[in-house]
Design a protein around this ligand. Structure first.
Ligand SMILES: [Zn+2]
Length: 246
């Protein structure tokens, strides 16, 4: 249930009578190698936000299409980053408006691993919860990688499963760098590019739809486990529903 398709009056009624929580998907506008589009993390976050909305009745807010990216990605056209401070400020400001309209809980969904992006979204408040969709166990699924990297075996598999038309498999270029050697780029210390970097890390050519099914199922479990209980209609709403039934 998308907020952007509803009128304000429908939203007001929904918050009063069905579910008084909101799901916010946070993507980022980021290069994903030669074979995946810049919207990859956006499309994935939106897919899981929809599932969580179906399970809970919580409304899905418009996606935040910008997040925090690695400085080394500035060398890839189109990639756009905002600062961690601006990301957090943006989330807090929009939440502030919705709180004044009676929204109780906010689940933030993201599928982007920049450490400063995740830190900005990790807000210490009882009514805000970050669900990092990508944080699952990949060890039994992947052949060439221990975990998810970037536009890699795992991420390519996810897109092959969810949006196969968006994968340019014939354009795949591979570049692997040890996680330890990539650390200085990951933590924004080195703003240059690793020599030979093509925008993806790991082994995208090993991505398959079958692996994608396993990953997506595991991500669905994670999203549901962490989100459904948190997003159930608040006690306030349950009390009101009981009193109207009388
Ligand atoms: Zn991604």
């Amino acid at each position: 249930m998308l907020m952007l398709n509803m009128t304000w009056h429908e939203i007001e009624k929904h918050l009063k009578n069905v579910n008084d929580n909101i799901i916010i998907s946070v993507g980022t506008c980021e290069q994903h190698g030669y074979h995946l589009p810049l919207g990859t993390d956006i499309f994935i976050a939106e897919y899981f936000a929809d599932i969580l909305s179906e399970k809970t009745g919580a409304i899905v807010a418009p996606t935040l299409n910008y997040g925090v990216n690695l400085p080394c990605d500035i060398h890839f056209a189109g990639t756009t980053s905002i600062s961690a401070e601006i990301l957090r400020e943006t989330i807090l400001s929009i939440i502030n408006w919705w709180e004044q309209q009676g929204v109780v809980h906010f689940a933030i969904l993201t599928c982007h691993g920049d450490p400063f992006h995740l830190q900005a979204l990790q807000i210490k408040a009882d009514n805000i919860k970050l669900i990092d969709i990508s944080d699952i166990d990949y060890s039994d699924i992947l052949e060439k990688q221990a975990t998810i990297r970037h536009a890699c075996e795992a991420e390519t598999s996810i897109v092959l499963q969810l949006f196969p038309e968006k994968v340019k498999a014939d354009k795949i270029q591979e570049f692997d760098i040890d996680s330890n050697n990539f650390k200085k780029y990951l933590f924004h210390e080195d703003k240059g590019m690793p020599k030979g970097y093509v925008g993806s890390l790991g082994f995208p050519s090993f991505g398959t739809k079958e692996k994608g099914i396993c990953i997506v199922n595991s991500m669905i479990d994670k999203t549901i486990n962490e989100g459904v209980e948190f997003l159930k209609a608040s006690t306030k709403l349950a009390d009101r529903q009981i009193s109207t039934e009388k």
